[in-house]
Design a protein around this ligand. Structure first.
Ligand code: BGC
Length: 350
């Protein structure tokens, strides 16, 4: 079968390989891949800055945002031939730590978790993959290829879940306004959840044209192009920072309102530094009960929440998030950034 592989740590090593069929020990459910989404993490892996091959191997099959159709499944496992499924990314660490033992691998405390297509486990960017039933999620068949948005949606479903848990530290918490920084797939899906929660939605992104402004407006939100003016006329109760860009992170911290919550959901490249006066930040955070926290990955419960979010969303709006579908044979084009890109997917059916 065809598989997109890289030698982690080596830029320029990505190639389309012919590999043996997935090994039986990867799980009893056999899935035919329909599409795999490409995100910033994949770009980092392909450029040699992130990723780990399975132990004892040189190459890693990439791809962690999946959607596929079950070709074979054991009886009574909860999945049947023909089901539309998405694979969960992370697997618990072998110890396991107390979080992984409780099915909360997204909170793994010892860093020994593994991740399909990222860390020590082959991913989903192959014609077929195998998976354990507990790590595959059956989704609404009407989503079709849009199911590829489930993994990024699970990441923001977790972010929102934790925002709400932190917010409930006060019985009087009643958020009205959310500010999302970054209008990539993560930011737009965070905005979608904000809209579904009935909040006033503001999204800021550096781009001034292309599909993003209208995608935000079609959610009923306000798009702020380029940057936020100093004198904004709204007070965000929640800020979800999705760029990982240090200057935007700092701006998000500075925009926090008393008792506000800032969720950092973007992974920085580590290539830019910025000066931060920790004393000033500490003073305002303490005196205003501010909360700032980081959020990564998702557990099965978050995938289930995300599946509901996608099932409820307008399908036309969701389909506009997929700005390019690239056939696997042309995989390299999926890694070129085009100005109007939102989510680029490798389409295994083309
Ligand atoms: C994935 C997460 C993963 C993280 C770090 C992100 O792109 O969506 O599932 O935990 O990368 O590897």
């Amino acid at each position: 079968m065809r598989a997109l592989t890289v030698m982690p740590g080596r830029a320029g090593s990505a190639r389309l390989d012919e590999t043996p069929d997935p090994a039986a020990d990867e799980g009893p459910v056999l899935v035919r891949t329909l599409a795999v989404g490409i995100c910033g993490t994949d770009v980092e892996i392909v450029s040699g800055r992130y990723g780990w091959a399975p132990p004892g191997q040189d190459r890693l099959i990439i791809g962690h945002e999946s959607v596929g159709r079950v070709e074979d499944a054991p009886a009574n496992c909860g999945l049947s031939t023909g089901d539309l499924v998405v694979g969960i990314v992370r697997r618990p660490d072998p110890v396991p730590c107390r979080y992984c033992a409780a099915g909360e691998w997204d909170m793994c405390a010892n860093g020994r978790y593994s991740e399909r297509g990222i860390k020590e486990l082959n991913g989903y960017a192959s014609d077929r993959f195998r998976i354990e039933p507990a790590f595959a999620l059956r989704i609404d068949p009407s989503l079709g290829l849009l199911g590829v948005l489930l993994e990024p949606a699970s990441v923001v479903a977790k972010a929102w879940d934790h925002v709400e848990r932190i917010g409930s530290r006060s019985g009087a918490w009643a958020p009205r306004t959310v500010l999302v920084t970054g209008a990539g797939p993560i930011g737009l899906l965070a905005a979608l959840i904000g809209q579904q929660r009935g909040l006033e939605v503001h999204v800021m992104d550096r781009v001034t044209s292309g599909p993003k402004p209208q995608l935000v407006r079609d959610l009923g939100g306000t798009y702020h192009a380029g940057h936020l003016p100093d004198d904004i006329d709204f007070a965000p109760d929640v800020i979800i920072e999705c760029t990982g860009a240090p200057s935007v992170v700092l701006d998000a911290l500075n925009r926090n309102t008393p008792s506000g919550i800032v969720c950092l959901a973007g992974i920085s490249s580590g290539q830019h530094r910025i000066h931060l006066d920790v004393g000033v930040l500490n003073k305002s955070m303490v005196l205003e009960n501010d909360a700032v926290f980081g959020s990564v990955n998702a557990n099965r419960r978050h995938y289930e929440i995300a599946a509901e979010v996608l099932a409820k969303a307008d399908k036309d709006w969701l389909s506009r998030l997929i700005s390019r579908r690239v056939p696997l044979t042309h995989w390299a084009e999926a890694f070129d950034r085009h100005p109007d890109d939102v989510k680029v997917v490798l389409d295994f059916t083309l």
